[in-house]
Design a protein around this ligand. Sequence first.
Ligand SMILES: Cc1cc2nc3c(=O)[nH]c(=O)nc-3n(C[C@H](O)[C@H](O)[C@H](O)COP(=O)(O)OP(=O)(O)OC[C@H]3O[C@@H](n4cnc5c(N)ncnc54)[C@H](O)[C@@H]3O)c2cc1C
Length: 442
Amino acid sequence: MRKGEKNRRLGILGGGPSGLSMGLFLKDDYEIVERSDHVGGHASSFSAGGYTFDHGPHIMFSKNQPVLDFMIRSLGDNVMRCRRNNKISFKGKLIRYPFENDLSALDLEDNFRCTWDYFNNPYKEKYRKPRNLEQWLLAAFGKGICEAYLFPYNRKVWNLPVDRLSMLWADRIPRPPAEIILRSAIGCKTEGYLHQLYYHYPRRGGYQAISEAFAQKTRPVHFRYEIKSVRRLPGGQWEISDGKAPMRFDELVSTIPLPELVKVARFPIPDRVRQAVRGLLVNPMYIVSLGIRGDDAEKMTAVYFPEEEFLVNRISYPATFSADNAPPGHYSIQAEITCRARSAVWRMSDQEVLAHVIAGLEKRNLVRREAVVLTDVRRSPYSYVVYDEHYEKNVGIVRNWFPRQGIHLVGRFSYFEYINVDGVIERARDIAGRINGSPVQL
Ligand SMILES: Cc1cc2nc3c(=O)[nH]c(=O)nc-3n(C[C@H](O)[C@H](O)[C@H](O)COP(=O)(O)OP(=O)(O)OC[C@H]3O[C@@H](n4cnc5c(N)ncnc54)[C@H](O)[C@@H]3O)c2cc1C
């Protein structure tokens, strides 16, 4: 705590991983308010017919070992370590993920094109200073791998041409070394990104178990408190209200999606800040969950689909993450479809989405229609933060303005960045450290 700032009271808006982490790390007095009746936000889980699904498949992995250790520790003995078994659906086959590590599984002509273009790559020189993701990918992988997999897959996930994606995304993609490409092309087994080779997952309770464990150590969360207004009082304090029980705070930590905060703001926000918020892109997502009768011999973790005609970008196997996620003798699949808000895809009915998913999986021999015993279609309006060409400018304006008003932005859809739960914990640790006036030890 800073000198002279005793008894400061903070209001934490949202009980997802960010809000809970802030509760764990803040030294000041605080309250957490949450719209739903459970913690975990996007990283929470639901049960249906004996199955447990996350709201979009979640696993634990991180390049940041102390943060990963912190998450694992929080689960006590309710945690397992598993080996990833991801595949890519490509021209009627399933090849190993990442694409560049299994070139010998491609048809000879495709293997040759990808390998030749990697070793004879004019874009290495041409795009020594790449200005967008398309240029970066061409320089790092060569045209063959880009056109076969990276471009179609990225277009599908981000719903933008790849030359409109910012270079920021490139930080997350490891450059493949020449040795790996050669080994992969001639069929010597190679592994992909090591920090993702193993992952952790709760034994019981789905991914939400992490947030539940955090919530054991925070102050009790005020559930079913949907913030309808945020106003500034004459003395400088903040008042939030769900329309029934207003609460007052000295400062706010907002983890709710930024556009939602702007909607409930009853204080002046300059036009340029509103415009910046409007300019930030986020893709919505359909999450289609299937309960399936039978044994899953393959125990895959996920399959990626670059094919344009199949809307699904990825399926995951929750019962591979933990056998506890499906009843005995059953397994499950969860399909994700990202799209643009206001697109024709986002206007499809649940029945249309379900029919498309099942037909596409059946065509690829990944599901037998008769074995599907449970179906569930959900819409998640906020899923993937998109780093387009205007992202850095817009996010800069927003991140500069709100904290100066006494509203700290924390979290995936508030600080507005494509981060997983490990990243959320890192950000919360840093921001809480600044508010506390001393670093937070995990
Ligand atoms: C499809 C998908 C797959 C993912 N896979 C992984 C993965 O494998 N591993 C991983 O680590 N991460 C994964 N993530 C990311 C992870 O879900 C997020 O990083 C994390 O949930 C962000 O936490 P948060 O607290 O910032 O936001 P949120 O989880 O969005 O929490 C915000 C909270 O605010 C509440 N709220 C919103 N509006 C209001 C309001 N008006 N009043 C009160 N409360 C409100 C919400 O109910 C919610 O609980 C994935 C995300 C998605 C969408």
